[in-house]
Design a binder for this molecule. Sequence first.
Ligand SMILES: *[C@@H]1O[C@H](CO)[C@@H](O)[C@H](O)[C@H]1NC(C)=O
Ligand SMILES: *[C@@H]1O[C@H](CO)[C@@H](O)[C@H](O)[C@H]1NC(C)=O
Length: 415
Amino acid sequence: MRVRLKGDAICTLLLLVALCSLLYSQLEHLVPVGNKEPTKKQPSVTAKIFSTPRAPWRPMPAEATVLKPHVTPVIRRPEVANNRVTTTTRPPLTDSAFNFKRYLLNKDNRNFNLLINQPKKCRKTPGGPFLLIAIKSVVEDFDRREIVRKTWGKEGLVNGEQIQRVFLLGTPKNRTVLATWETLIHQESQTYRDILLWDFMDTFFNLTLKEIHFLNWAAEFCHNVKFIFKGDADVFVNVENIVDFLERHDPAEDLFVGDIIYNARPIRVRKSKYYIPETMYGLSIYPAYAGGGGFLLSSHTMKKLSKACREVELFPIDDVFLGMCLQRINLKPILHEGFKTFGIVKPSAAPHLQTFDPCFYKDLMVVHSLKVAEIWLMWNLLHSPRLSCTQKKQVKKPFQWKKKAQVTPQASPLS
Ligand SMILES: *[C@@H]1O[C@H](CO)[C@@H](O)[C@H](O)[C@H]1NC(C)=O
Ligand SMILES: *[C@@H]1O[C@H](CO)[C@@H](O)[C@H](O)[C@H]1NC(C)=O
């Protein structure tokens, strides 16, 4: 009995020792994590932010010297984001499709060479052109440029006013394409004299560079222009309406008109194309900005913006970036109902309504998201001598559209 008891006691003791050592070894694993956890709660975001831009600077002294003058702005930003630490318990911002770290590192590199220029673009007419049409395009999209040239983007007189045109291009991201396209784009430039090509990679996130470079180009080479329309190549623009509208404005005054988006919130969903982490933009609302399809500005505003944008930190969404520049010069962009930068959507109450009707387009200024053939067809229909829209009642007076409900984001009008 006693022996058994002793045996039991030893057994229990052994078990206890085993349990203790097990616990101890577990603790060793747990302790560092446990130590990290509470500290992570508060300065974690700072740590994340700082580790992102900082880490690569140390092992690369060559780059550090380049980045030296810009250390302060990078550090300034996290402080803004710091206030929101309590609301964020996100994992590090690494697995996003867009490399924010690299963007932050490179964002001070914002001056690229102009590879193809059109220095005489605005010198052809005495007093300068009335309207310069500037269209964002990519080298590969020759067919889109061609259709714009032959339709709404024609150079020449509209209502007696001189119209000029340029396409804004960067270098193709696919270098194998560049090899063959380099000669072609020079050829195209020789033929049409409407190509501006800059030496930065033409990507979605580099569109802000396009914005800056275009404004600088316009201020330098086209300062005598009266108004500018800047837009995408997949829009239909009713230039007659635009000229008519602009003739009632003074180019020496501020003017910025488009499909203005107010109180847009930064998208914090990481899978989105427009995802912006709080480290990059800490505020909850973007300044008012024009939807990408196209907008109008006066010569005066162009000059002010070209200066203001130089002082604004690069932001990967070009429309919002321009909104930030507008905010900097304290200029309120004007919403105009004639700009349908999300395309035209058939009213759900009348799905049978034919939106691909020239009379529908007759009173609009800019319609976004059109296919090449649709632009071609619409332009020809609108300019047909047989076009008669008198009996249409849905659009009575030009620019009086108040049916906001017909516009819904992300919808493509005609597909
Ligand atoms: C680049 O373009 C070439 C030729 O058009 C194509 O074969 C290749 O797949 C492209 N590469 C990438 C990465 O898109
Ligand atoms: C923008 O262009 C530069 C210069 O070509 C390139 O190094 C950079 O990777 C591009 N950035 C993005 C976000 O595409």
